[in-house]
Design a protein around this ligand. Structure first.
Ligand SMILES: Cc1cc2nc3c(=O)[nH]c(=O)nc-3n(C[C@H](O)[C@H](O)[C@H](O)COP(=O)(O)OP(=O)(O)OC[C@H]3O[C@@H](n4cnc5c(N)ncnc54)[C@H](O)[C@@H]3O)c2cc1C
Ligand code: FES
Length: 281
């Protein structure tokens, strides 16, 4: 059996500066070995541990989709040692990767359902993965209506501008972008994500809501979804606890009796309420 702590190597194919404050970059990584590419079968919502040699490793959700198996993409916000070291790397450099890890979004349960995806910050990365997966020609007919509510403090902090432009042009997706305050030239919503969710008021029937973003955003979105009639089973959150091993061995990331790394990071509100009581953000 292979050692799960040993990363395989990937080459940085491209580095995309996502935000005007230069804090979030997307790293496009190419597999060096065919064997590693074939082993890395993942679904949206899963994550991987990415290592910078000599610095350490950190977990990041896959921003790419399994429908483009040649590359993995990770959108990294620079806040500390590993993320800072990643930001200093260039095209052609090599990083280590362990994964795929975690449960990911329950795609089988999503089939035949409407989906409401609500995101903010780098948490939107796995929702981008899910969106592009659903929009793929091979998959679109398996899912019903797709509504996205995505917010940033200001327009220059929204990620994936090329994707957003493509999504705006599609008729099989309801896209609601929001920024915290009025900005010159901005034509989307203005207001915080929970407020805009209330305004958009998506129908809860036959719908899963998936929420991924800063804890404060998730905390204030939950009561809005409940008021709109969503059941706890149909509200999913993706958690971003601090982690170490990523494979359920070290006990660093528990929520109640579960490990976020191996039982999650995606949990329904009903699971979280049982594990922690109502207050888990
Ligand atoms: C499942 C999962 C998916 C994630 N996906 C992404 C992603 O797509 N993009 C992304 O940019 N980040 C993501 N993160 C968060 C990312 O792993 C951390 O930002 C990273 O580990 C920080 O490493 P560092 O060495 O740069 O920071 P450190 O030097 O270790 O810490 C710097 C500061 O950040 C704080 N910090 C570190 N990790 C976290 C954390 N998880 N939550 C809150 N505060 C923290 C520390 O307390 C410290 O104050 C994800 C985390 C998890 C668990
Ligand atoms: S990070 Fe080690 S158990 Fe989850």
């Amino acid at each position: 059996m292979e050692n799960p702590y040993i990363p395989f190597l990937m080459r940085i194919e491209d580095v995309i500066l996502e935000t005007e404050d230069r804090k979030i970059k997307t790293f496009v990584l190419a597999f060096i070995s065919d064997k590693d590419r074939n082993h890395f079968a993942y679904i949206p919502g899963q994550f991987a541990e990415v290592s910078v040699f000599g610095k350490g490793e950190a977990p990041f959700g896959m921003a790419s989709t399994p429908t483009t198996p040649e590359y993995l993409e990770f959108s990294v916000s620079t806040i500390g040692v590993v993320t800072g070291a990643l930001h200093s790397l260039k095209k052609g450099d090599t990083v280590g990767v362990r994964g795929p890890l975690g449960n990911g979004y329950p795609l089988e349960k999503f089939k035949g359902k409407n989906l409401l995806l609500i995101g903010g910050g780098f948490g939107f990365s796995t929702l981008r993965s899910l969106t592009n997966y659903i929009l793929h020609d091979r998959n679109r007919s398996a899912f019903k209506d797709l509504t996205i509510i995505y917010g940033a403090r200001k327009p220059g902090l929204l990620l994936y501008k090329d994707d957003l432009a493509v999504w705006r042009g599609r008729h099989d997706l309801n896209l609601h972008l929001t920024v915290d305050q009025e900005a010159e030239g901005w034509q989307g919503h203005v207001g915080l994500v929970p407020t805009i969710t209330k305004t958009v008021a998506p129908n809860h029937q036959n719908t899963f809501a998936v929420v991924c973003g800063p804890p404060i955003m998730m905390k204030f979105t939950l009561p809005v979804l409940k008021d709109l009639g969503f059941n706890d089973e149909d509200i999913l959150f993706s958690l971003e606890m601090r982690m170490k091993c990523g494979i359920g061995k070290c006990g660093r990331c528990n929520v109640g009796s579960k490990y976020v790394c191996s039982d999650g990071p995606v949990f329904s509100q009903s699971e979280l309420a049982k594990l922690t009581g109502e207050a888990h953000f």
